[in-house]
Design a protein around this ligand. Structure first.
Ligand code: ASP
Ligand code: MG
Length: 406
């Protein structure tokens, strides 16, 4: 018996007509003889509205009450879809996080799943009943409702697929798959048939919004076969799979970008042991995430420049911390720039190919684009350039790596 988890995002359940269409899709899977668990998001716009109300009621809200409020959207959709399924003759019932139960830690607002009790759910599925599960929510050890962070119903779906030993986890969304880069910017972007977990993880954490990062981590760890596909067409989507399943591996599979970066330079800090620790210690204590780092070679052996990037949200905080530590850090001045974009080329193929970074540098040089910071990892090369060149750089790189659609 094939067991399938289907997840439908907010735009797929935006109104009653769309929920009825989702019910038809679920029925089609049931009619093929599959056991189906469906995970739903809130109707699009609902969660934003709920968050907004929580903030209006109390800007510094109790995170437990925040979760009580924002988890409500998924409850509504789960009930509505169960009704629509029953109406077309499909045996179905809704399940809230606490009813399963789907247990989490108590980090309200961004809880992590600790355990899913699947006995009852599994029995119901085997008896032919469709389980309509409210995504995004769980229950903490003190019986309070938790949520998994924005976009968290992807994670609900993958976790459920792992726990239920499902054969597939289909993520239905408003795009028809994962693209080589943002198709709104690069007209020649192509839909990928397959992408590896590791590449998808990089793409997601670099801001490609198709899947919540944590859901990809989970899929990778539990080897869940995830397919990203459109809920508005029957076209095949993109399979997220293990590296071994990809026969012809491209060197670079995708290009991601993030405008959510700001660059900070400490001009003339002492070039001596302990300086990096003194700079980055207080930042990490304040949970400021530092991304790319470069330290210049010092000309005189006494002082050097230290440059790094942070996400824009952390920028003000980072600057305040550095300013308040000016005395002890002993730098000459702080220079900052938020008009920057980080562009990353990603591909597991680069492990076994030389010259990938060089091709990036050449392509950017050809267009006269100056690179401000470079960082590399095993399957990724990232550069920081002026935000004004985002489109030009993306298009040039897309062509340079042979990714353009024919
Ligand atoms: N409704 C939640 C959100 O908007 C969870 C989700 O849709 O994945 O973030
Ligand atoms: Mg989403």
């Amino acid at each position: 018996m094939t067991r399938v988890v289907q997840k439908f995002g907010g735009t797929s359940v935006a109104d009653i007509d769309r929920i009825k269409a989702v019910a038809q899709r679920v029925k089609a899977e049931v009619d093929q003889g599959s056991e189906v668990a469906v995970v739903v998001s809130a109707m699009s716009g609902t969660t934003n509205q709920l968050v907004d109300w929580a903030v209006q009621a109390a800007p510094l809200h109790d995170a437990r009450e925040y979760d009580t409020i924002v988890a409500a959207g998924e409850q509504v959709t789960a009930g509505l879809l169960a009704l629509c399924l029953q109406t077309i003759g499909v045996d179905a019932r809704s399940w809230l996080g606490w009813q399963i139960p789907l247990r989490t830690d108590d980090a309200h607002g961004k809880a992590r799943i600790t355990e899913i009790e699947t006995d009852t759910l599994s029995e119901r599925l085997s008896s032919g009943q469709v389980a309509v599960v409210a995504g995004f929510q769980g229950i903490a050890s003190d019986n309070r409702i938790t949520t998994l962070g924005r976009g968290g119903s992807d994670t609900s779906a993958v976790a459920l697929a792992a726990a239920l030993n499902a054969d597939r986890c289909d993520i239905f969304t408003d795009v028809d798959g994962v693209y080589t880069t943002d198709p709104r910017i690069v007209g020649k972007a192509r839909k990928l048939d397959r992408i590896t977990y590791e590449e998808m993880l990089e793409m997601a954490s670099l801001g490609a919004k198709v899947l919540q990062t944590r859901s990809v981590e989970l899929a990778m760890n539990h080897k869940v076969r995830v397919q990203v596909r459109s809920s508005f067409s029957d076209a095949e989507g993109t399979l997220v799979v293990d590296e071994g399943e990809i026969v012809e591996q491209e060197v670079v599979s995708g290009i991601a970008y993030s405008k959510d970066e700001a660059k900070i330079t400490l001009v003339r800090v002492a070039d001596q042991p302990g300086v990096a620790a003194a700079i980055f210690g207080p930042l990490s204590d304040a949970s400021v995430n530092v991304d790319m780092i470069v330290q210049n070679v010092s000309e005189d052996g006494k002082a050097t420049d230290m440059t790094f990037t942070v996400v824009k949200e952390d920028f003000e905080r980072a600057m305040a911390i550095l300013e308040s530590n000016k005395e002890s850090l002993g730098y000459e001045r702080l220079v900052s720039d938020s008009n920057v974009v980080k562009i990353s080329v990603i591909g597991v193929g680069m492990r076994s190919h030389a010259g990938v970074a060089q091709r990036m540098f050449m392509a950017l040089a050809d267009k006269g684009i100056n690179i401000q910071v470079i960082s590399t990892s095993e399957i990724k090369v990232s550069v920081l350039v002026s935000e004004d060149y985002t489109e030009l750089a993306l298009r040039a790189l897309h062509t340079a790596y042979g990714l353009d659609a024919a």
